[in-house]
Design a protein around this ligand. Structure first.
Ligand code: NAG
Ligand code: NAG
Ligand code: NAG
Ligand code: NAG
Ligand code: NAG
Length: 404
């Protein structure tokens, strides 16, 4: 009470001169900031403590599945804190943090900032098995999940899974034995065609970037299927010298017609591109996407009216302006727009035949690492729930998935 009065008096005095008033505001502002920072740090500390406990447990439960430092023969001397139950295991345990606990309460701004960090030392002091991050952008349940389960089986340690689904979706029906169990990231509502689709993509990328071992990033939906087995997909992505963001220039209302003159001078009409939302990119480009603060606000402001579908233009345009040198301008996700309209063809049970799947696997020609190939698509859409049993039937033989 006394303190309050004192403070009050101080404020009274300061109010008399404008300069003093400003100083008082700055002080108030700073102390609020400090308080905020302090809160943030204490949360982070708690989080880190939780991670370390989780990781220690995981390490002692199953050592052979974990990334271990390749040269831990000269450990730095640390306090022997085995009494407190915390075991240290060098850099490996810190890098594992993202893998063990993917739920967090960071805001989008905090998450994007954290994900934009890049190590300045290029040589990695421990052996990291590069992983492919499969990012599922879904509305509700992953109805083709059993096919993906079979795809992933036996390849543990070479992939990670992230799911962004509508907040109203109750994910507790996912069994503990599923590869999808506990892989949902903090998600927000998304409407097809709305700008928040771009936010969801960036949210998925940022979450996946938190795990340093993720080196390739693949965006898929619940209606996507893999067309090849895991080893083929992994090798194709890891060995590629290019990123796969489809980008093309299209005349007419659903192409250049979606460009807004208000995007000048940052984006010229000749730089406007269209392309599929479903991309396959590497870590360097993923970092650029989550840290873009130049094109993102312009799209957010001007690509939301007049039928501008942001997710079909933001990445294609951004990549074509700044990162085109390493981009293949094509996507690895097969889709059929030939029937026209605003949605591609959907495939039911009866559409799924061996010859159809063969055509998707080898029916096109394209360039890959400077050579012509007939493996141009690793994924395909849009497959409806009833197509699952036939896909499961054909997958082992045709796509060489692990059987049983
Ligand atoms: C740490 O201390 C425990 C006993 O408190 C001891 O058994 C253990 O060998 C010590 N470890 C190291 C690396 O010194
Ligand atoms: C989610 O589903 C489970 C049963 O699968 C149920 O026990 C739980 O209450 C549901 N949660 C919500 C928020 O609806
Ligand atoms: C994956 O499929 C290819 C053919 O596309 C086959 O040669 C290879 O043996 C398969 N890999 C596994 C692990 O089954
Ligand atoms: C990448 O290509 C090389 C040579 O073409 C091959 O030996 C290697 O197995 C490929 N890597 C993967 C991960 O498939
Ligand atoms: C991709 O498109 C850009 C123009 O947007 C072009 O400069 C580049 O050569 C294209 N790359 C390939 C591999 O076709």
């Amino acid at each position: 009470m006394k303190n309050d009065n004192k403070q009050h008096d101080q404020h009274e005095q300061e109010r008399r001169s404008p300069a003093a008033a400003v100083a008082a505001y700055v002080r108030l502002f700073l102390s609020a900031q400090q308080l905020h920072l302090f809160n943030l740090f204490s949360h982070l500390l708690l989080l880190a403590f939780g991670f370390i406990i989780g990781i220690t447990l995981a390490f002692s439960l199953n050592r052979q599945h974990l990334l271990l430092p390749s040269n831990n023969n000269n450990p730095v001397s640390v306090n022997n804190n085995s009494q407190s139950g915390i075991k240290r295991d060098g850099l490996g345990s810190f890098l594992m943090a993202g893998k063990e606990a993917i739920m967090h309460d960071m805001s989008d701004d905090e998450l994007l900032w954290r994900a934009s960090m890049v190590p300045k030392i290029r040589e990695v002091p421990l052996r990291i098995k590069p992983k492919v991050a499969f990012m599922f952008l879904t509305r509700g349940p992953l109805y083709l999940g059993p096919l993906w389960e079979r795809f992933f089986k036996g390849n543990e340690g070479f992939y990670s899974i992230y799911i962004h689904s509508h907040p109203s979706f109750n994910a507790s029906s996912v069994p503990k034995t599923s590869v999808f169990y506990g892989r949902r990231i903090p998600s927000k509502g998304v409407r097809w065609g709305d700008f928040n689709m771009v936010d969801a993509e960036r949210r998925l990328l940022a979450n996946a970037l938190l795990d340093m071992s993720n080196q390739r990033f693949v965006l898929v939906s619940e209606s996507c299927i893999p067309l090849f087995n895991f080893s083929t997909v992994y090798g194709y992505l890891m060995n590629s010298s290019k990123t796969f963001v489809e980008a093309y220039d299209l005349a007419g209302p659903v192409g250049r017609g979606r460009y807004s003159q208000r995007m000048r001078p940052l984006i010229k009409p000749s730089q406007w591109r269209k392309g599929s939302q479903w991309f396959q990119i590497d870590r360097a480009l993923a970092v650029e996407v989550v840290s873009d603060r130049q094109y993102y606000p312009v799209f957010k402001k001007h690509c939301r009216y007049g039928g501008c579908i942001a997710d079909e233009h933001y990445l294609p345009t951004l990549v074509s302006i700044k990162f085109w040198r390493r981009n293949a301008n094509r996507t690895l996700t097969w889709v059929d727009w030939s029937k026209g309209g605003s949605h591609p063809s959907r495939y039911m049970r009866s559409d799924v035949t061996v010859s159809f799947l063969k055509r998707l696997r080898h029916g096109t020609r394209c360039r890959y690492n400077g050579k012509t190939t007939n493996v141009c698509h690793l994924f395909a859409r849009k497959f409806m729930p009833h197509s699952l049993d036939r896909l499961l039937r054909f997958a082992p033989r045709l796509m060489h998935f692990h059987s049983s």
